[in-house]
Ligand binder design. Sequence first.
Ligand code: VGL
Ligand code: ZN
Length: 246
Amino acid sequence: MKTRDRREFLKEAATALIVAELATSAPAAFAQAAGGKLKPSATDVLLVIDVQNCFVPGGTLPVKEGDAIVPLINRIARGFAHVVLTQDWHTPGHASFASTYPGKKPFETISLGYGTQVLWPDHCIQGTADAELVKELKIPHAELIIRKGYRKPIDSYSAFYEADGKTPTGLVGYLRERGLKQVFLVGLATDFCVAWSAMDARKAGFAAYVVEDATRGIDADGSLAKAWKDMLGAGVRRIQSTDLDV
Ligand code: VGL
Ligand code: ZN
């Protein structure tokens, strides 16, 4: 090989290595290189999980301090061009309600066709004030509201797939068709609907970032620590709102 060809070859090989490195660590590497913080881009989407009356103090399945994250979520949302909201939206007599099974109490579990189901108090029933989005949530530019858990025999913590792990809500198709590639998650509850949505985002091939201080957990029986272990194992990134340039 002549010196010039050799030099070209080395240069190309080095470029290929850098590109491969960026591809595995992107998009954080690109954005963070700019200002040390992650600046939401045109292909990033903020997924605001279940910020509903049912999950804040005064609701039917209240998450401790669930209301405290609303101003922070409003602020973060203003930094994102694309925002999708979710709404837990159950039928009366839903399969996830303890009241559906004589003798069962909330937070006990049962075995259903699709796996183990935690039983909850009746919550987020379609069309009730309890199921409405928290009125202090102010995200007028949100593009889509995904309702989930609306089929009586099956629960859906995740915004992407119902509890059988395969029935789609349509969100994967929506994000792909819109060219949205990185999903940032906030909302309620960290250890159930946020965690399942984040892991399903990974399963569907999206990058997933959970903004920890913009979530709150239920933490039933160690569920919060387990959820973080599972999320990190699935390649979900745990960040804080101060890591975002919003
Ligand atoms: C949720 C329990 C039952 C949640 C929804 O939004 O995390 N948790 N339904
Ligand atoms: Zn629910």
